[in-house]
Design a protein around this ligand. Sequence first.
Ligand SMILES: Cc1ncc(COP(=O)(O)O)c(C=O)c1O
Length: 420
Amino acid sequence: MVEQKKNGKSGENGEKKKNRLSSFTSTLKKSVTLEIAAKAKQMNAHGKNVVSFSAGEPDFDTPFAIKAAAKAAIDAGKTKYTDASGIKELKMAIRQKFMRENNLHYDENMIIATAGAKYALFAALAAITSHGDEIILPVPYWVSYPSLIKLTGGTPVFTYPSEKRGFRLVLDDVKKVATDKTKAIIINSPNNPSGAVYRSEDLEAIVNFCVERNIMVISDEIYEKLTYDNVQHVSLAAIVNEKSRRNIIVINGVSKAYAMTGWRIGYAAGPRDVIERMKFFAAHTTSNPNTIAMWAAVEALNGNQNDVEMMSRKFNRRRQFMYDEIMKIPELKCVYPVGAFYMFINFSHYINCTINGHRIENTLDLANYMLDEANVAVVPGESFGLSGFLRLSYATNMDNIAEGIDNIRAALADVEFDNE
Ligand SMILES: Cc1ncc(COP(=O)(O)O)c(C=O)c1O
């Protein structure tokens, strides 16, 4: 019998064997973050007490008034299709939010509500990227950016802001990698995973450089409400004039600020032609975002902001506590985070060593060791494009932080280095 050949080669009858799966999705990899979270859950189910520092979402409940608005929407029968770009009331609430908080004036047709900020990013990239376009991505980056870029036909081009400068991107980092093919850059401030908040003067120089070369700037501001130590978030669109704003797409959403990650409401604001394309893209893929969740988001944006302030205050206390605890381990370094709810900690001291009989070659090994031996779930830097680091989220309570850092300290006690 003639053996069937693999991958599109001829089989017994000379017929071409088709790949069942698309080349378009072939670059997608499983998410290490989700895998670690699933493993931690499984360990908990088997009676282990795993402390999770892997959360990418607030541990608080969605505020009462927001949930009430969703219930009221259901009772009022607001459960049908809407315009693909969202209900008028939400777009109005988003416009007013931009005016009130960012001093930015967008018309209704410059706004789109989407199924989460992630979909706003996907639609924005789909609207502007042609095959082979280069999209600049500062490292460390949020885990999904490279996949979103590749799915829309682009090529991610990485740039490496210095750790010494707190991972804050500056113009030189952009100049090093910009080419004729550069179509856009994604800027995320406050940053996941580093907790960095970029400075206005650095952003201004970067945006001016991009506008001059007609490079689009996608500004992911999803952690806008979570800054500390009196550091102010400034929307990237607010630091340039109206003409330059044609190159800027602002991405935001209610997931992180209002503890609404499961509701799936994000939004984008930008030039009319880009937003119109995004609207067409959404119309043929998701249609409108969930109608009930949109009514909840109207309440989130228009309503009382006390809960946001309460959550931010709690995150701040946990941040200070976690940072102080981490700094008690002399071999660790960490850029002091002033935004979001993450710390990106330099564990490079523990690469190429053996800890308690476990071989550690990279931070993926270290994250697995921490989970198996210290009962602590952390996310390896490799997920964010930078080995040598672990991301710890402080979206968990103080007791967990104290216990988890104690466990980490104990787990790092018995180390043998290769050249000792
Ligand atoms: C930097 C960044 N952008 C976007 C998102 C996605 O937000 P959403 O849940 O609204 O899709 C996340 C979520 O973790 C994020 O960290």
